[in-house]
Design a protein around this ligand. Structure first.
Ligand code: NCD
Length: 317
């Protein structure tokens, strides 16, 4: 087995073989999840705590189901945005949680880097469920699994990532993962929604949607992250939809068998036309949700195995 991580903080730390190991195991969990009896005891006796300092429906429920299917005792902490105003609060929360001896901590936080910081303070395995604009590793892994199953491979594909790249941790993690697996990545969107150090990403950049998705195997749409904008990024939603919203006409520029992806939650009629999102011949949006549970099961299983093998490592407090 090639997976030497203690935590899953980002795609940045993973080697291509580790990504493949995780996806191979996730494939097995897809089979388990499709059975009537979905139970495994990979995490039996372990405690998993989900700490979401930012709203989430899909990711939190996906981690919760994943933990329960593996037999962990799962607890969801309701974190209110008001309790996280000071950096100290996060560390204090982490320390008191740590005293309860959890084995797995799943954390989402609005500040980039907050999850890495927390991982230094606790002695359990920490999984990043999204930190600010920084990383969302399980989303990139579930996207990779969806692509690999739909296209039969995860290399040498033309992949367009479209929309609000600047505010998106999903885009950052995907650019890293798909780049490590040697795909050709195009970023498509208005210059105002492109990150500043775009030239360091090793990608092609387009502000014309039709040119950007021309000949692509995968068209990945992103949500307009209004909560991370302080105004002035787009003229109006109507104008944005006209230029960058994925509809049948724009999609016709991609390959005939191109798949359409979106991490959710979707703004229908803003970044994507509802009929494209619901078209089961093109859209793999529901598969992405299904793959999410399997990928999170695989990630927690691998981290738990590593903990069993090195029980004394990682004691920092
Ligand atoms: C993404 C997130 O939270 O970063 N959603 C998700 O995990 N399902 C993308 C988004 O919020 O647009």
């Amino acid at each position: 087995m090639t997976f030497r991580q203690k935590h899953l903080l980002g795609i940045e730390q993973l080697r291509p073989e580790e990504i493949t190991t995780l996806l191979d195991l996730a494939d097995k969990y897809v089979d388990l999840n499709r059975r009537q009896q979905k139970h495994s005891d990979a995490l039996a006796g372990l405690t998993q705590i989900n700490m979401f300092f930012e709203n989430s429906t899909r990711t939190q429920s996906s981690f919760e189901i994943a933990g329960k299917r593996l037999g962990a005792d799962v607890m969801n902490m309701a974190m209110q945005a008001s309790s996280i105003k000071k950096g100290e609060t996060l560390i204090d929360t982490a320390l008191s949680l740590n005293a309860m001896h959890p084995d797995i901590l799943v954390v989402r936080h609005p500040h980039s880097g907050a999850v890495d910081l927390l991982a230094e303070k606790v002695n359990c395995a920490v999984l990043n469920a999204g930190d600010g604009r920084h990383e969302h590793p399980t989303q990139a892994l579930l996207d990779a699994l969806t692509i690999r199953r739909a296209k039969g491979r995860l290399h040498r594909l033309n992949i367009a990532i479209c929309g609000d790249i600047a505010h998106s941790r999903v885009a950052r993690s995907n650019i890293m993962l798909l780049g490590k697996m040697e795909n050709r990545i195009r970023l498509v969107g208005p210059p105002t929604l492109m990150p500043s150090q775009i030239d360091q990403f090793g990608v092609e950049v387009y502000d014309d949607m039709r040119k950007g998705i021309e000949g692509c195997d995968v068209v990945m749409m992103l949500r307009l992250q209004k909560e991370r904008m302080d105004g002035g990024f787009i003229p109006s939603e109507r104008e944005y939809y006209h230029r960058y919203g994925l509809d049948a006409e724009k999609l016709s520029y991609a390959k005939d068998d191109a798949i359409v992806m979106h991490p959710g939650p979707m703004n229908r009629g803003v970044e994507i036309d509802g009929t494209i999102a619901d078209d089961i011949n093109r859209s793999v949006i529901q598969e992405q949700v299904e793959m999410g549970v399997a990928v999170r099961m695989a990630a927690m299983d691998l981290l738990a195995r590593n903990r069993r093998e090195q029980p004394n490592e990682g004691v920092y407090v």
